[in-house]
Design a binder for this molecule. Structure first.
Ligand SMILES: NC(=O)C1=CN([C@@H]2O[C@H](COP(=O)(O)OP(=O)(O)OC[C@H]3O[C@@H](n4cnc5c(N)ncnc54)[C@H](OP(=O)(O)O)[C@@H]3O)[C@@H](O)[C@H]2O)C=CC1
Ligand SMILES: C[C@H]1O[C@H](OP(=O)(O)OP(=O)(O)OC[C@H]2O[C@@H](n3cnc4c(=O)[nH]c(N)nc43)[C@H](O)[C@@H]2O)[C@@H](O)[C@@H](O)C1=O
Length: 321
């Protein structure tokens, strides 16, 4: 593995994939390949096989997936289950057949049981039922973890799974129906602040659920750094949590973002929307012991994301690679 190793980043235009791409370029990697979903539909086994025959990647990072917040997961269970299994199965199997030396699979903290003890240790996987709003996505991700683990066990290859906590940052999805909570709050508070100046009185912001669930948030550039670390180091095991090890309530998150954006109106909690899992704080000691630790605090990460949002709000998902 060196800076000329041919690395394929699946999902290189997404929030995570583009951050990994930028991190690798910054470290001097020169042989990166990426394809958009329009150029290569990863749900097609034939298309993926043909791409691997021609592309010959030596290392594969899987940051391609159907991704969404609590509502999208709940409303499109079939797509979240099936598309994610298709994408990851095609990538993992093609990589094994093409003798890819290293594969990094990205899952999510939602793979752990809904009511598991906190903080979540890797060993809690498959010990109790999942959270119903995202069990479809979680089951797909669990099969990806297990496929990599099986390859590691049977073929001795360096295939690993990183489980990031909730992520946010530049190139996030700011669509209010399909996004995660943090980008949704940035957009809602920003638009309400703007409306207040038009109306001459404070505008309210409506958020979902009760505000009591707890979540942990990692700035996406930190995840990219963790992926590069995993790429450059041989890990002893298959499954590693990636997070900050610190969480807060959704209500506290709202107050922090409201302050950062400078909105002063009332917050209304819409109890017809789901809360999801009550808490999913990662135990990050395995990753810390391996030598990687998060550094960017939530306030700083939100500030940097809001600055990016202000510069890109006409497009929200404009990609500049
Ligand atoms: N966002 C989060 O909070 C978290 C994300 N993760 C994981 O990180 C990874 C990346 O997520 P994120 O960057 O947020 O998601 P994005 O939605 O920003 O990016 C997803 C990427 O997947 C690609 N993709 C989707 N479907 C297909 C397809 N059929 N064929 C080819 N490419 C496809 C898209 O390509 P294109 O743009 O070309 O259409 C896009 O680049 C996922 O595995 C996700 O599960 C884990 C924990 C939390
Ligand atoms: C990363 C992770 O992301 C998903 O899980 P989630 O953490 O539950 O998702 P979320 O970010 O959408 O919501 C977090 C909390 O926030 C509350 N909430 C308030 N107001 C808004 C709001 O305006 N939008 C959203 N989306 N949520 C809101 C919302 O009700 C919930 O209590 C998984 O499906 C799965 O994809 C996964 O792995």
């Amino acid at each position: 593995m060196n800076t000329t190793t041919k690395i394929y980043i699946a999902g290189h235009r997404g929030m995570v994939g583009s951050a990994i791409w930028r991190a690798l370029v910054a470290k001097g990697y020169t042989n990166l390949i990426g394809r958009t979903s329009a150029e290569l539909d990863l749900r097609s086994q034939q298309a993926v096989t043909e791409f691997f025959d021609i592309g010959n990647p030596e290392v594969v990072i899987d940051a391609a997936a159907r991704v969404g917040g609590i509502l999208a997961n709940n409303e499109y269970p079939y797509q979240f289950l099936m598309e994610n299994m298709q994408i990851q199965n095609n990538l993992i199997d093609a990589s094994l057949k093409a003798d890819v030396e290293k594969f990094i699979f990205l899952g999510s903290s939602c793979i752990y049981p809904k009511l598991a003890p906190q903080p979540l240790k890797e060993e809690y996987l498959l010990t109790a039922p999942l959270e119903p709003t995202n069990e479809w996505y979680a089951i797909a991700k669990i099969t990806g973890v297990k496929a990599c683990e099986a390859i590691r066990k049977q073929f001795g290859k360096d295939y690993i799974s990183l489980m990031p906590t909730n992520l946010y940052g530049p190139f996030d999805n700011f669509d209010l129906r399909t996004s995660h909570v943090l980008p949704a709050m940035i957009r809602k508070f920003h638009e309400a602040k703007h409306q207040s100046t038009v109306d001459g009185r404070p505008s309210t912001v409506t958020l979902w659920g009760s505000g009591t669930p707890m979540r942990e948030f990692l700035f996406v550039e930190e995840l990219a750094d963790a992926v590069v670390f995993a790429l450059e180091n041989q890990f002893q095991d298959n499954l590693y949590n990636v997070g900050t090890g610190v969480d807060l309530t959704i209500r506290e998150l709202a107050e922090l973002i409201q302050k950062t954006v400078g909105h002063t109106g009332e917050i209304i909690w819409d109890s017809s929307k789901p809360d999801g899992t009550p808490r999913k704080l990662m135990d990050v000691s395995k990753m810390t012991d391996a030598g990687w630790k998060a550094k960017v605090g939530l306030e700083e990460g939100i500030k940097r994301t809001y600055e990016w949002f202000l510069e890109n709000q006409e497009t929200f998902k404009q990609v500049k690679i």
